[in-house]
Design a protein. Structure first.
Length: 115
């Protein structure tokens, strides 16, 4: 059973915005803190943002102001709003629990920022 399904990536120009979505299985959504991670080619996957079961959010301090995590409880979905995209944001973006489980990695969604 697929637990996390990411979508919303694409190719955008610097300064643009994207909203990534992640549909989470209901049992996981209601039980665990959830988060977004990204992997730049040639680097390890790294944490970006968390939203707890109580709705408290936390974003990597170097990305605050441009990255916003949110959720829609009715649809078991979390979102990552990315504004003022930069070429360094080019990566595959994943969602998972926080801390992550190696069993839950999905395919991710690719974000490419280029002029």
């Amino acid at each position: 059973q697929v637990q996390f399904v990411e979508s919303g990536g694409g190719s955008v120009r610097p300064g643009g915005s994207l909203r990534l979505s992640c549909i989470v299985s209901s049992s996981i959504f209601s039980t665990y803190g959830l988060g977004w991670y990204r992997q730049v080619t040639g680097y390890h996957r790294s944490w970006i943002a968390t939203i707890t079961t109580g709705g408290i959010t936390n974003v990597l301090n170097t990305l605050e102001g441009r990255f916003t995590i949110s959720r829609e409880i009715a649809n078991n979905t979390i979102y990552l709003q990315i504004d003022n995209l930069k070429p360094d944001d080019t990566a595959v973006y994943f969602c998972n629990t926080v801390p992550y489980s190696p069993h839950f990695w999905g395919q991710g969604t690719l974000v490419t920022v280029s002029s």
